[in-house]
Design a protein around this ligand. Structure first.
Ligand SMILES: [Fe+2]
Length: 294
């Protein structure tokens, strides 16, 4: 006669067994990630005592997030941004020496294929209602020497707070351009003054923000991705110092070193002459400092 000892499987048994199954992972980094992911994910489930109904809601939410994505809409980046994940990864990944320009979120609105434009070109030709703006400065190394041949990839929402990909004619690239510095490292971009805008709330991320009583606003900014041969690239924003949402950015992207004053030029002055601008307009000066590759 055989007797079976009664067995009780606990939550902790499942956690331990799941971790054990990843022990044979050949890539040590993947093994570390899967083991830690299992430990934290199971820990979270046990901490909140997640119900089956809540789990199905989560599956539905993630499925809807995937369905919302296409070639130009990236709801998963938006989810990562609004959960603070993008900025934590950014801070872990980009420890810059003092003086180098700090990075911030890449965001969901970058599009490849923006045209390379002559220095000083206007990326906002189609944005008729915005306040004309000139953003200028230099690309420098940490020692303050100009970086020649640096590429600035610039993108921005229009004065209504929408990126081109959110407009009816979404195929048309607007408010974007690439600029390459000469020997003096200088750059000049004509655009319109950035405005604060709401991140898209017509998808699952909007449902999450609404259910948690969070606002969807991002403070006014212009995106820059700056790269040059021999240097670490930086993906960052330039923020307008008067924006009311600087302290509560929906995606946690603000860093003090990226906030600049936009100077107002209501009448004809030297800047109007220097930049060939008709008042009123604004100017913002910002130097990008790149760290040399090791
Ligand atoms: Fe943006």
């Amino acid at each position: 006669m055989t007797s079976k000892a009664p067995t009780t499987t606990t939550e902790d048994d499942i956690t331990a067994e799941t971790i054990r199954r990843f022990e044979g992972t050949p890539d040590p980094r993947l093994r570390e990630i899967m083991t830690s992911l299992t430990r934290h994910l199971h820990g979270f489930l046990k901490e909140v005592q997640l119900t089956e109904q809540e789990w199905f809601e989560a599956i539905k939410f993630l499925t809807a997030t995937g369905h919302k994505c296409d070639d130009i809409r990236q709801e998963f980046i938006l989810l990562s941004d609004t959960l603070g994940v993008s900025m934590v990864v950014d801070l872990i990944s980009h420890r810059k020496p003092a003086g180098a320009t700090e990075s911030t979120v890449f965001g969901p609105f970058h599009r490849p294929g923006a045209p390379e434009l002559p220095m000083g070109a206007n990326i906002a030709a189609a944005d008729k209602n915005g306040m004309p703006a000139v953003v200028f400065g230099r690309v420098l190394d940490v020692a303050g020497r100009p970086v020649a041949g640096a590429l600035l990839d610039v993108w921005q929402a229009n004065s209504e707070g929408f990126y081109d990909s959110q407009l009816p004619n979404a195929d048309e690239l607007q408010m974007r351009g690439k600029f390459r510095t000469g020997e003096d490292g200088r750059y000049v971009v004509r655009t319109t003054r950035p405005v604060h805008y709401s991140i898209p709330t017509d998808g699952p991320v909007g449902v999450m923000l609404n259910a948690t009583n969070r606002h969807p606003w991002r403070p006014a900014h212009i995106h820059f991705a700056v790269s040059a041969e021999g240097f670490e690239p930086v993906t960052t924003h330039v923020f307008d110092s008067i924006d009311p949402y600087l302290k509560s950015d929906a995606v946690f992207g603000v860093k003090d070193s990226l906030i600049v004053d936009f100077q107002e030029h209501p009448t004809r002055d030297k800047a109007a002459e220097d930049f060939g601008m008709e008042p009123p307009f604004v100017t913002a000066e910002f130097d990008f400092v790149l760290k040399r590759r090791a």
